[in-house]
Design a protein around this ligand. Structure first.
Ligand code: ADP
Ligand code: SF4
Ligand code: MG
Length: 317
């Protein structure tokens, strides 16, 4: 199958946060995202996986214009991504689904109003908005429930409403940031299936963010592995699950249950990752890496190709 062209591209994107603790304290800087490159292709589901705090949500917010890069470029459809807002030319073309569905639903507005709202930014006539919002609610199995309010629904149903709202504009890109992490296990699979189903019908590209390797493995055909602000491996799903090249990817796979790595590797990820305020020099994974050598403590590893579509940053390759 020929590769689809990119719709969203990160070129060396870095995002620095400046932290100031108290008036006289020296301000500190933190690179939440450090030199990230990737291309999300039209219609694909690209996974972004890593432990909490590694910078996934910051990538997601950069990818929809909620944050600006400190350096580098984020391109949408070949043009610099505009700041998010109703008057932006990209409004409605990039949508977000968050971990907590309540953050995209207004408790004082009917479900119908919340779902129809993104259409206003696309200048869809009022009568058509109602029709399309109703069709979306039916598509997420909440037929005829538009007049109710968010509190009348369960967590899983509220996330389905958030899915309807995100997809009502027929966006090119949907950033899904931990969309099932707040849901009960029984509802997670249902919600993931709904997202897949919607992708088949409307063909948006998903940037699918999760800390859970099993979830990205289920959803995504290609996966980026992130550690302390940097992408350390990029691979097709099967290559990653069968033959992960980076010790950090292997450790994540070992801690996800049921995979072939489960019994092969000791649980490597004891303890928390180091603080991004003081990242270790060289390969920032070296304090936790069982394969680290002297060079790992000094030099940041360059990308090395591993197999078609798979590359990783590790001195051992
Ligand atoms: N607005 C902000 N100001 C300061 N630090 C931030 C801000 N947003 C995120 N961070 C820090 O950036 C790092 C990455 O955060 P985040 O992108 O939320 O990670 P993840 O989604 O992978 O858990 C964390 O250390 C976090 O504390
Ligand atoms: S570069 Fe060294 S420390 Fe980093 S993952 Fe590879 S072996 Fe481990
Ligand atoms: Mg996050």
């Amino acid at each position: 199958m020929p590769q689809a062209p990119p719709i969203l591209t990160f070129e060396d994107v870095t995002r620095i946060f400046r932290l100031r603790r108290g008036f006289f304290a020296e301000s500190k800087t933190l690179a939440a995202v450090d030199g990230v490159n990737f291309a999300l292709r039209k219609g694909e589901c690209l996974g972004l996986v890593g432990e909490s705090g590694c910078g996934k949500s910051t990538v997601g917010r950069l990818a929809c214009g909620l944050l600006r890069p400190s350096s580098g470029r984020a391109l949408f459809d070949g043009k610099p991504l505009p700041e998010a807002g109703a008057d932006s030319w990209a409004a409605g073309r990039i949508q977000m689904i968050f971990q907590d569905p309540s953050s995209s639903l207004n408790s004082k507005r009917s479900v119908y109003a919340s779902v129809a709202e993104p259409l206003a930014a696309r200048n869809v006539p009022r009568a058509e908005r109602r029709e399309r919002a109703e069709a979306m609610l039916a598509a997420v199995s909440l037929d005829g429930m538009g007049k109710r309010y968010p509190h009348e629904f369960s967590g899983g149903q509220r996330q389905r409403i958030a899915v309807a709202r995100a997809l009502v504009t027929h966006p090119d890109v949907v950033i899904c940031d931990e969309p099932v992490s707040s849901l009960d296990a029984s509802v997670q699979a249902q919600t993931l299936n709904l997202l897949r189903d919607m992708q088949e019908r409307l063909s948006p590209a998903y940037l699918f963010i999760s800390h859970d390797m099993a979830v990205v493995g289920f959803m995504c055909e290609r996966i980026l592995v992130m550690y302390l602000g940097r992408i350390v491996e990029e691979a097709p799903r099967d290559a990653l699950f069968e033959n992960a090249a980076h010790p950090y990817s292997q450790a994540l796979l070992a801690s996800a249950s049921g995979g072939r790595w489960e019994k092969k590797l000791p649980p490597l990820l004891a303890g928390e990752p180091p603080s991004p305020l003081a990242p270790p020099p060289g390969c920032s994974f070296h304090p936790r890496c069982p394969q680290a050598t002297a060079v790992c403590r000094e030099e940041i590893p360059a990308w090395k190709d591993v197999s078609p579509g798979q590359r990783a940053r590790c001195h051992r390759l």
